[in-house]
Design a protein around this ligand. Structure first.
Ligand code: SF4
Ligand code: SF4
Length: 230
């Protein structure tokens, strides 16, 4: 009979370490756009039908991979800016618990905090639903599930913000994020920056995000991704 450790390895070889300092980051070359992560998150956290804490964005839909001088020249974009076009690409997008989180910088009520253990948390009791964080986040992570409820309509706000928690409660008990553990192709990597970088190298995968995005997500640790787009 398989041990728990063996089962975990079989379930997800993308989860390398959890807890303090762990990051979550996609290997977009492994993503097959199956939506398994979306379902795993919804089932684990009872996320309502019309909301998602993780979504799959399709870039360059229908385009074949080919050499190209420059694509996505928008400097705020998250795609690499030079080299070959990867062609149609599916990118799992969620809160990456950024080191230099723009949402934390713009939140006027300090509802959003970057905690010492690395998680970006939203404190519901302080959120006034202004949606500044929605404008600031390059990855589309903030959701406003209560924006249609009576209180939000009455006061004209966006309702309390909700986003990926990186399954902090699961990590507290040594489990990986549900989306990463259930990903059939191990496209969601969980570990520290060095572990994620090494795993991408081992697979021959590109980090895909441009240097600006990598610095937002990893801060100084973006240097670990030398040789990629960072
Ligand atoms: S919506 Fe809430 S979390 Fe977002 S910036 Fe405004 S107060 Fe902060
Ligand atoms: S880490 Fe957890 S909360 Fe975040 S998208 Fe994955 S399953 Fe959902």
């Amino acid at each position: 009979m398989a041990t728990n450790e063996t089962s975990k390895q079989v379930m997800s070889q993308g989860v390398m370490s959890t807890g303090d300092g762990a990051r979550i980051f996609p290997d977009v070359e492994a993503c097959i756009d199956c939506g398994g992560c979306v379902v795993a998150c919804k089932r684990t956290w009872d996320v309502p039908r019309d909301e998602q804490r993780i979504s799959i964005s399709t870039m360059l839909e229908g385009q074949p991979a080919e050499p190209m001088e420059r694509y996505n020249t928008n400097s705020g974009g998250a795609l690499g800016q030079e080299g070959a076009s990867p062609g149609e690409t599916a990118i799992p997008m969620q809160c990456y618990h950024c080191e230099e989180a723009p949402c934390v910088s713009v939140c006027p009520t300090d509802s959003l905090i970057k905690k010492d253990d690395g998680f970006v948390d939203v404190r519901d009791n302080l959120c006034v639903g202004c949606q500044y964080c929605l404008s600031a986040c390059p990855f589309g992570a903030p959701q406003f599930p209560g924006s249609d409820d009576g209180t939000a309509r009455l006061f004209g706000n966006g309702g309390t913000m909700d986003k990926c928690t990186m399954c902090e409660e699961r990590q507290d008990v040594g489990k990986g994020p549900a989306c990463a553990e259930e990903c059939a192709t191990d496209a969601l990597l969980v570990g520290d920056a060095e572990e994620i970088s090494n795993e991408l190298d081992r697979r021959g995968s590109d980090s895909f995000f441009n240097g600006v995005a990598m610095e937002i997500i990893f801060g100084e640790d973006a240097d670990e991704f030398e040789g990629s787009n960072a």
